[in-house]
Design a protein around this ligand. Sequence first.
Ligand code: FAD
Ligand code: NAD
Length: 543
Amino acid sequence: MQAATRITRGSACRSLSTRSALRVRPIIQQQQQQQQQLRFNTTDAQPVKKPISKWRIFKNVVKFGLVASIGYGGYNMYEQRHPPQEQGEIDPSKKTIVVLGSGWASTSFLKDINTDEYNVIVVSPRNYFLFTPLLPSCTVGTIDVRSLIEPIRFITRHKSRQVRVVEAECTDVDPERKIITITDNSDVKGQSSTSELSYDYLVVGVGAMNQTFGIKGVEQYGCFLKEVWDAQKIRTKLMDCIETAAFPGQSSEEIDRLLHMVVVGGGPTGIEYAAELHDFLVDDLTSWYPELAGKIKITLVEALPNVLPAFSKQLIDYTESTFKEQNISIHTKTMVKEVREKEIVVQRPDGTNDSIPYGLLVWATGNTTRPLIRNLMSKFPETQTIRRGLAVDDWLRMKGADDIFAFGDASATQFAPTAQVAAQHGKYLARVFGQLASQEKLEAELVTATTEEEKAKKARKLQKAKDIKPFHYSHQGSLCYIGSDKAIADLPFGSGNLASGGVATYAFWRSAYVSNLFSTRNRTLVITDWLKKTLLGRDISRE
Ligand code: FAD
Ligand code: NAD
């Protein structure tokens, strides 16, 4: 058809005689008829439907999916970047909730709390939320710390009414006067650095601090892994150890000591750090420090008979065998008794003491309560008897004080101190406050109700609002990275448990954490970091 058109319209056609042009026309008509016949069934003249190939359907689904997710992500980022011009003013007629902390529990509470019903004030020494599950990746530069933090104002500026954010530490709670004392502990101070705030409800989400068991030298010589600055300190110290080992004139014992990286604690924090360090060594340090990389040793010290006590037996065995393959030594049933500047003193399974020289020591032996919590507990000696944290009832109300609530690692519940529990606590408590606000509204309406029918209706609604369900935890599973692109997962499955480990689990680990990140901005940054690491490798600069 196209060829024929070209003949009739093209310049060559103009030179053809009328006779030959007449001969061309029937050919075109013939071709058109043939094409029409092809499109129609010869017997009943029904159009023949061409089957759509599966590949085409798949391509279209991918295309639409991609366009939809880019559009959704773009819209999300735009919305995030542009908070509303106006937010409702703080309303003195409403009750005030003071939230302590900007971690997992407090942030998920802030996302869900209805600020039309309460005035909300957030007090935290850090003005951001930190996504802790990926923090071990920051110690070796797989992920940049900035990719894991979310300024708390990115959340509060999107609420319907203004939320006050105060960067300060709460140093005291006076439950009788319903007042807290706050102190600005940052480097830059104004005229006043201590103040008081009053509350109607206090929500305590200050988390926990690193456990040292009072072991001598831990604070002084060990590195913790809990906050952004901890990850930065570990990274600097690691590179410092390696560069110092390269300094001329070091004895071979001193090089071995400097290049011995010791991790204390075989819980998920210690395991994930050792795994990240191993990857850094294999992927990058071997290329840039060929003369030293072979001498770098990683040792993990654990007091119990095995690592990861909270995981299934087969995953513990899998982790231990993977560590063996990766040349990470595990010393189980070995308890650290003292930390000195260049060595740790350990008690071996047979009860004898031994010393292990180290260059870098990462201390990951779990959590203990913060001084603020201990101080608050001391004000309720009869009800606050659990040392792990604030004892709360099934509605997260602190035992002994009706207007104080506690959640996350700061509370002592039957659940492990994890981000999963803390996030669910936060969501749940926001719902509780929604019901408390409904209760108050309905109680006021009941008083002013005029007819019997109206009174009965309000009373029924009030009854419903008073029926606050206790906190219910839904376990989504436990994940842990174990190095060499392998992860382990203990997932709830039916009434039992599904344990899996390996490279496929690592893909699941990555997708689970990316989807759990709080914002599209963080998701984009983390994915970009992973891509950068794959294409360009990790940075080995000391800072
Ligand atoms: P946090 O998140 O610790 O937040 C406490 C907040 O309180 C902070 O903002 C802090 O600045 C603030 N604060 C402290 N003192 C005061 C004060 N005096 N006044 C006011 N504010 C104060 N859990 C998982 O479920 N999955 C994981 O993969 C996982 N990985 C982890 C990896 C690492 C390296 C670490 C350290 C922990 C990990 N966890 C994980 C555990 C998880 O991070 C904690 O359980 C979770 O952070 C607890 O949340 P939270 O809100 O109670 O406390
Ligand atoms: P942890 O309490 O889980 O483990 C600490 C380990 O240190 C224990 O196994 C303990 O036996 C050991 N230990 C204590 N004192 C010791 C000593 N003197 N010498 C040698 N070993 C000693 O601590 P963690 O790993 O920091 O985890 C804290 C919380 O955060 C846990 O609830 C954990 O589930 C959660 N977390 C979860 C993940 C994850 O799911 N991937 C990652 C990190 C943390």
